[in-house]
Design a protein. Structure first.
Length: 307
């Protein structure tokens, strides 16, 4: 099938884009970014906007800025660019860990990180990353802009707090404290498919390499990314090799209790719940190992500095 008729707009700069969106947004206007989700929806006539506002010619939106506080990703930064950004990986490695699991390389060459956030698919990796890190999305409209925290941004399946006439201009992914580690594990039926279940984890340790914070965000098991703080189940336990280690099974049980999976053609709710528990253990263990390596490296660097 082909899309139903629409009027095409190709603004050249941000002011023009916001002017066009102010005019046509409330009248069924849609932003076109990478088109990797929107074009299939148009072709299948699951969406039929009267106006398409193609922002791909708007200068200055393809930025990836990594600073001590986090990584700000512009609206036209493609998945592949963010995935390969070494400065971004140094500040927030979870971005690259998640992006490697998004679709196929061809789709990552075109799809945008911010587009994925606005699209808000509950099976998508990037909304879970933003939610886990407590990041935010910056939305511009003619005459102003606002920042929306991840906890408020994802409002339902394929629903985000983006009003007609607004353009999401960037998203901010905060850095984690020292001695932190992250990991993302998922299971999909075929390589590159959306995950049947997936878990992003972030673990922070103290100077004795004991867990001070542990959180996960789960995909495909609820209407929005499900963030679960499991510090109560594993906090205080040492991560260093040789000891019994944190009780990751107790943490996984807490995660299984909190999620809201449903049956669908791909898997039963029970299977998704079981899978999420298994993936939570893997992701938490991986994140803790990364945090411990970070802590050991920091201690070694400090020791060398004193010599
Ligand atoms: C075969 C296939 C497999 C895929 N697998 C995965 C996967 O495993 N995981 C995953 O996360 N994604 C997957 N995707 C989706 C892909 O990541 C998309 O690129 C992404 O979801 C949307 O980004 P986009 O830039 O292509 O947005 P578009 O398709 O251009 O837009 C998507 C929606 O967001 C809106 N939008 C986009 N940008 C903005 C903006 N700046 N401001 C306001 N509104 C905006 C659009 O109006 C539209 O409603 C897959 C896609 C395909 C085709």
């Amino acid at each position: 099938m082909k899309p139903s008729p629409f009027e095409y707009h190709a603004p050249a700069d941000l002011d023009e884009a916001l002017d066009v969106l102010a005019r046509v947004g409330p009248d069924g206007g849609k932003v076109l970014a990478g088109g990797q989700s929107l074009i299939p929806l148009l072709n299948m006539r699951l969406a039929a906007p009267a106006h398409l506002v193609d922002v791909n010619r708007v200068a200055g939106l393809d930025t990836v800025e990594a600073g001590p506080g986090g990584v700000r990703v512009g609206a036209l930064a493609r998945h592949a660019v963010v995935e390969r950004s070494l400065p971004a990986a140094a500040v927030q490695p979870l971005l690259g860990q998640a992006l490697r699991l998004v679709a196929h390389p061809v789709i990552r060459n075109r799809g945008t990180v911010v587009g994925s956030l606005v699209h808000a698919d509950p099976s998508a990796e990037l909304p879970a990353v933003l939610a886990l890190l407590g990041g935010s999305v910056r939305l511009a409209h003619r005459g102003g802009e606002r920042d929306v925290a991840a906890a408020e941004f994802f409002t339902g399946p394929m629903e985000s707090d983006t009003a007609p006439g607004e353009l999401a201009v960037s998203a901010f992914f905060p850095a984690l404290p020292p001695r932190s580690g992250t990991a993302f594990h998922e299971v999909a039926r075929r390589h590159g498919d959306y995950a049947m279940a997936g878990v992003a984890a972030a673990v922070t340790l103290d100077e004795d390499l004991r867990v001070t914070a542990a959180r996960v965000a789960c995909v495909s098991v609820g209407p929005v990314p499900m963030v679960v703080d499991v510090t109560a189940a594993c906090g205080g336990s040492p991560v260093a090799a040789g000891g019994p280690g944190p009780d990751w099974d107790a943490a996984a049980a807490a995660v299984r209790d909190r999620i809201e999976p449903e049956d669908d053609i791909h898997a039963t709710a029970d299977y998704r719940r079981h899978l999420t528990g298994v993936l939570a253990v893997r992701a938490l263990r991986g994140a803790a190992d990364g945090a411990a390596a970070d802590g050991v490296a920091a201690a070694r660097a400090a020791g060398e500095g004193e010599r």
